[in-house]
Design a protein around this ligand. Structure first.
Ligand code: PLP
Length: 468
C-alpha cells in the first residue's frame, strides 16, 4: 500500500509518528497525503478530491483557500516575521487580535493570554485558576472538575482534564487534582423512564453532592465544552448549563468554557456560551481563531481574575508564565484577519441560515436502522450508531463498523469522522446547501453499505445482548 520506495507514502512510514493513528497498521496502510485545498475541498497527491466534512480537525472554518489569510501572513512575514511579548514587549498584531477578540466574547471577560494550541490554552486556564486562588489566599481551592467524555487536549494537565479512557489508559493520566462529573447526554446516560428534566436534576444534584463531599474549599473550577466534540458531539439539554452554573456560583467555583471547537459561529451564535447560556469566568479558543491556518489559541479571563492576578504578579514581582510563541505576530495577524472576515461576512448569520438544512439532513438519518440518535446544532452533528434501536445496544467496537462508514464516505469523495459508536460531521462554515447535500448523500450511502455488512455478520438486533 505504501508504494514505491521513494514515494511520499514510503517516506512517511519511514520517518513519521502520527497522532491518533494505529501506528502498526499505518506501516502497511500508509498515509493519505493531502496536497492542496480549495474552498471546502482538499485534494490528495493523486488529484482525488474530497469534501472536508470535518473542516480538518473541526477547525478550518473558512475553507482551504482564503486569499485574505494568505495575504495577511505574507504582509506580516515581510514586516516583522517574529517577535515575542515577554517582559513588556509587544507587537501590533497581538494587540489588535486581543482587542478584536474582546469585542465579541461574552460579557465580563476582559483580558487575553495567547498560546499556540487548544491544549496549551486549557493548561493555561488551569494554571490561572491556581495562581488566582493563591492570590486570594486560598491555597487548597485548586482542584478542577472535568466531565466524562470531555476533551480538552493531551498535554499532561489538559489530558487529565479530558475525560476519555483512551487518553488515560497507557498514558499514566490523569494526574492528581482532577474530579470527574457526568456527561449531559440524555440519550446515552438517561435512566429507563427518566425524562430529560429529571436527568438534568440528577446531574445537577450529583455535581452539588460532589462539591459538598469533596469540600468547596478544595475546588477551583469546572471545565466544559458547550458541545462536546471528540467525546461524541453531545448537545446538552437547554437548561443544563444555567442550572450547573447556579451550583458553581453557590460554591465559588469558576466556570471554564472550552470553546476550542464551538467558538466563532459553529453552534449558530458567536460562541457556544451564547447558545447554551454559559457565563464563563475563563474561556479558551483555538482552531477557528485563525481558521487553523496558523497555530494560535487564547485563554480569555474575566476582569475580576485579571485584576487579581495582576495585583498578585505585582506582589510576587513577576508573572512567571508564558510561551515563546504566545501572540506570535504572524499567527496573530492571521487571527485578526480571520476575525475581521467573520464580522464582514456575518459568519453567524451564514451558519444560522444553513444550520436547519444540515440538521434536517442529519435528523432524516435518525430513522436509519444503524442510527440510534441523530443530533447536532448549528454546523456540527453526529449520528450515534447502534446494533439495536430499541435497546440502544452499541455495535461491537472490534467489528469496525464506524471505520467502514468513514471509508465508504471517502470512496465517495467525502471526509467525515467515525468512531466505533458515532459518525461526526463538522464542515467548514463556508459550506453551501448543495455541498451539505453532497456530504450527507455520501454519509447516507456509506451507512446503507455498512448496514448491509453488519446484517451479513449477524451483528444487528436484540439477540447479541452480551455485547451491550
Ligand atoms: C474542545 C477541545 N479542546 C481542546 C482541544 C485541544 O486542542 P489542540 O489539539 O490544539 O491541543 C481540542 C482538540 O480537538 C478540542 O476539540
Amino acid at each position: 500500500m505504501t508504494g514505491r520506495p521513494n514515494s511520499l507514502a514510503a517516506r512517511d512510514v519511514a520517518s513519521l509518528i502520527h497522532p491518533y493513528t494505529n501506528l502498526d497498521k499505518h506501516k502497511t496502510d500508509g498515509p493519505l497525503v493531502i496536497a492542496r485545498g480549495e474552498g471546502v475541498y482538499v485534494y490528495d497527491e493523486t488529484g482525488k478530491r474530497y469534501l472536508e466534512g470535518m473542516a480538518g480537525l473541526w477547525s478550518t472554518s473558512l475553507g482551504f483557500s482564503e486569499p485574505r489569510l494568505v495575504e495577511a501572513a505574507r504582509r506580516q512575514m515581510e514586516q516583522l516575521p517574529t517577535y515575542h511579548i515577554f517582559n513588556s514587549r509587544s507587537t501590533e498584531p497581538s494587540i489588535e487580535a486581543a482587542e478584536e477578540l474582546l469585542k465579541i466574547v461574552p460579557k465580563g471577560l476582559g483580558k487575553v493570554l495567547f498560546a499556540n494550541s487548544g491544549s496549551e490554552a486549557n493548561d493555561q486556564a488551569a494554571k490561572i485558576v491556581w495562581f488566582y486562588n493563591n492570590a486570594l489566599g486560598r491555597p487548597r481551592k485548586k482542584r478542577i472538575i472535568g466531565r466524562v467524555r470531555g476533551y480538552h487536549g493531551i498535554t499532561v494537565f489538559s489530558g487529565s482534564m479530558t475525560g476519555l479512557a483512551a487518553n488515560h489508559v497507557e498514558w499514566d493520566l490523569p494526574v492528581g487534582g482532577i474530579l470527574r462529573t457526568d456527561c449531559p447526554s440524555h440519550y446515552l446516560y438517561g435512566r429507563p423512564g427518566e425524562s430529560e428534566a429529571q436527568f438534568v436534576d440528577r446531574l445537577v444534584a450529583n455535581l452539588e453532592d460532589m462539591i459538598i463531599r469533596e469540600g468547596p474549599d478544595t475546588i477551583g473550577a469546572f471545565i466544559a465544552e458547550p458541545v462536546n466534540g471528540a467525546g461524541g458531539v453531545i448537545v446538552p439539554p437547554a437548561d443544563y448549563f444555567p442550572r450547573i452554573q447556579q451550583v458553581l456560583r453557590k460554591y465559588d467555583v469558576l466556570m471554564i468554557a472550552d470553546e476550542v471547537i464551538c467558538g466563532f459561529g459553529r453552534t449558530g451564535e458567536m460562541f457556544g456560551c451564547d447558545t447554551f447560556g454559559i457565563e464563563p469566568d475563563i474561556m479558551t479558543v483555538a482552531k477557528a481563531l485563525s481558521s487553523a491556518y496558523l497555530p494560535i489559541s487564547a485563554t480569555i479571563i474575566s476582569d475580576t481574575i485579571a485584576e487579581t492576578i495582576t495585583a498578585h504578579a505585582g506582589k510576587v514581582g513577576n508573572f512567571a508564565h508564558g510561551f515563546t510563541y504566545a501572540g506570535h505576530p504572524v499567527a496573530a495577524a492571521v487571527a485578526l484577519e480571520t476575525l475581521r472576515i467573520y464580522k464582514e461576512r456575518d459568519i453567524v448569520s451564514q451558519v444560522k441560515a444553513l444550520a436547519p438544512h444540515l440538521q434536517s439532513r442529519l435528523r432524516a438519518l435518525g430513522s436509519h436502522p444503524l442510527v440510534g440518535e441523530a443530533r447536532g446544532v448549528g454546523l456540527i452533528g453526529a449520528l450515534q450508531l447502534v446494533a439495536d434501536k430499541a435497546t440502544r445496544r452499541p455495535l461491537p467496537p472490534a467489528e469496525g463498523i464506524g471505520a467502514l462508514i468513514q471509508q465508504g464516505a471517502m470512496a465517495r469523495g467525502v471526509i467525515v469522522r467515525a468512531g466505533p459508536d458515532a459518525v461526526f460531521v463538522c464542515p467548514p462554515l463556508i459550506i453551501t446547501a448543495e455541498q451539505i447535500d453532497e456530504m450527507m448523500d455520501a454519509v447516507a450511502a456509506a451507512l446503507d453499505e455498512a448496514h448491509a455488512v453488519a446484517e451479513q455478520r449477524g451483528l444487528l438486533g436484540r439477540a447479541q445482548s452480551a455485547a451491550g
